[in-house]
Design a protein around this ligand. Structure first.
Ligand SMILES: Cc1cc2nc3c(=O)[nH]c(=O)nc-3n(C[C@H](O)[C@H](O)[C@H](O)COP(=O)(O)O)c2cc1C
Length: 409
C-alpha cells in the first residue's frame, strides 16, 4: 500500500464525528468561551498585550447575546461583566479581597495596583499577623531565644534582638561549663565588633557546634583531655622549648625557679644559641596547660613540700594535665627542684613518680633545698634563697639547657 497523499484531501476540514448536533455543541462552547474571556479587560491594538490575529478590539466585534452563559450562571454574576470582574484567583476569596466590578480598578500594565498589588499587600498583612501571633505565643511560652521569626522585607522583628538572645543563650551555656573550657565563651561566636547575620543556616551551625560541645563536655566534663591552647599563641613556636613549672607559697620555690631560669639562660648564652632556636617558658602551676607540656622539649618542676607532699597547687597542675599529656611526652628530659622546711623527700618522690608515669627521662637526682623553718612563724615568713641554693639551682637549669641544646639522647 502506497504512502497516503494528504494533498488529495485539500486543506484541512474538520470532520464532525457527531453530525450536526456535535457541531452545534462545539459552536456553543466556543461562544461561551469567547463570552467568558471577552470584556473590558481585553487588550486594545495599541496595548502592548495586543497581538495580531486576535479578532479585533472589543468595540469592533458584534455584540454578544445577553443570555448569561452557563459559567456566569454558576458564578451568579451580573450580566455583561467581563473577566476582570470575576475572581482573579482563589487568593482573593481567601483574603476577602473580592470587590464589586464597578469599584475595582483594573490596569493590566500596572501590577503595583489592581488585583496583583492588592493581593500582595493583603498577603503581607496576613503574614505579619501570623508572625505577630507566633511572637505572642513564644512570649507566653517564655522561650523567645529558641525561635525568632524573621521575614525580611515586611518588617524584621528585631535581628538585633535575635543576636542578643543568641549571645545570652550562648553565655548562659558557657557559664555552665566548668574548667578551662569556659574561657571559650560565646564571644568568639558572636563577636561584638562584627555584625552577625542571624540566618536559619547560622542558627543551625551554632546549634550543631553547641551540640558537639555538649557531647564533648559529657565525655570529658573536667577537661582532663583538653589539649587545645587557651590564651595567646606561643612565642617562638618553632624553637626548642624548656618549660619551668613552679609553685610557691612563701617565696622560696619561686626564687629557686627563677634561678633555674637564669642558669638555663646563661647556658644558652654560653653555647651561643640563637634566641629563635631556644625558648624558656616559666609558668606558675595554675597557668600551665597540657598544650604547654606538649609544646615543650624539656621540663623543670619546682615546688615546696607541704605536709609531706608536693604543694596543693602543684598537685592540681599534675592532676589537671596528667591524662591529657599521657603518652605524648615519652623520653623528654626532666629535673625536679623541691624546697622544704626540714625535709622535702616526700614531695620529690611524688613528682618523680608522676614523671615516670609520663615516661620522662630523669636528668638528675631531685634537688632538695631546706629552709629550716620549723615553727609556725618561720614557716609563714617570706623566704630568701641563699647564694648556695641559688647556685645549685642555676647549675641544674644550665645542665638541662645544655642537655637539650646538645641534643643528648
Ligand atoms: C602547710 C605547710 C606544710 C608544710 N609541710 C612541710 C613538710 O611536710 N615538710 C617540710 O620539710 N616542710 C614543710 N613545710 C615548710 C615548707 O616546705 C617550707 O617553708 C618551704 O620553704 C616553703 O616553700 P615556699 O616558700 O616556696 O612556699 C610546710 C609548710 C606549710 C605552709
Amino acid at each position: 500500500m502506497g504512502e497516503k497523499d494528504v494533498s488529495a484531501h485539500g486543506p484541512f476540514q474538520p470532520q464532525w464525528r457527531y453530525g450536526s448536533a456535535g457541531r452545534e455543541r462545539f459552536l456553543r462552547a466556543s461562544q461561551e468561551f469567547a463570552e467568558f474571556d471577552d470584556g473590558e479587560g481585553l487588550p486594545a491594538p495599541d496595548d502592548p498585550w495586543y497581538w495580531p490575529g486576535w479578532d479585533g478590539p472589543a468595540h469592533d466585534r458584534p455584540q454578544r447575546s445577553s443570555r448569561p452563559s452557563s459559567a456566569r450562571a454558576r458564578q451568579s454574576k451580573p450580566p455583561g461583566v467581563g473577566r476582570a470582574a470575576g475572581p482573579a484567583f482563589v487568593g482573593d476569596e481567601v483574603l476577602g479581597n473580592r470587590q464589586e466590578p464597578e469599584s475595582r480598578p483594573v490596569d493590566h500594565n500596572d501590577f503595583r495596583n489592581g488585583t496583583t498589588g492588592q493581593a500582595t499587600s493583603q498577603m503581607a498583612d496576613c503574614v505579619k499577623g501570623v508572625l505577630s501571633r507566633i511572637n505572642e505565643a513564644l512570649t507566653k511560652l517564655d522561650q523567645p531565644q529558641d525561635w525568632e521569626p524573621v521575614m525580611p522585607g515586611i518588617g524584621t522583628p528585631g535581628t538585633a534582638r535575635a543576636q542578643q538572645a543568641e549571645v545570652q543563650s550562648a553565655e548562659a551555656f558557657a557559664s555552665t561549663r566548668p574548667g578551662p573550657g569556659s574561657r571559650l565563651s560565646a564571644r568568639g561566636h558572636v563577636g561584638a565588633k562584627s555584625p552577625v547575620l542571624v540566618t536559619p543556616r547560622s542558627k543551625m551551625m551554632w546549634r550543631a557546634a553547641r551540640s558537639m560541645r555538649f557531647f564533648a563536655h559529657a565525655a570529658d566534663p573536667a577537661g582532663l583531655l583538653q589539649t587545645r591552647r587557651l590564651g595567646p599563641p606561643l612565642e617562638k613556636p618553632d624553637a626548642m622549648r624548656l618549660l619551668i613549672v613552679w609553685h610557691s607559697r612563701t617565696g622560696m620555690a619561686k626564687q629557686m625557679a627563677e634561678a633555674l631560669y637564669t642558669g638555663a639562660l646563661k647556658a644558652m648564652q654560653d653555647m651561643e644559641a640563637a634566641e629563635t632556636d631556644f625558648a624558656i617558658d616559666m609558668l606558675r602551676a595554675q597557668d600551665a596547660q597540657v598544650s604547654d607540656l606538649l609544646s615543650a622539649h624539656g621540663f623543670l618542676f619546682c615546688a615546696p613540700e607541704n605536709l609531706a607532699s608536693m604543694s596543693g597547687e602543684m598537685k592540681e597542675f599534675f592532676d589537671r594535665c596528667y591524662y591529657g599529656a599521657l603518652g605524648r611526652l615519652n623520653g623528654r628530659p626532666v629535673a625536679l627542684a623541691v624546697c622544704g622546711g626540714s625535709d622535702g623527700e616526700g614531695a620529690a618522690n611524688q613528682m618523680a613518680r608522676i614523671c615516670r608515669g609520663w615516661r620522662l627521662k630523669n636528668l638528675a637526682v631531685p634537688l632538695i633545698l631546706r629552709s629550716g623553718a620549723q615553727t609556725p612563724e618561720a614557716v609563714a615568713a617570706a623566704k630568701v634563697l641563699d647564694t648556695s641554693g641559688t647556685e645549685k639551682c642555676m647549675d641544674l637549669g644550665g645542665l638541662m639547657a645544655a642537655h637539650m641544646l646538645l641534643g643528648v639522647p
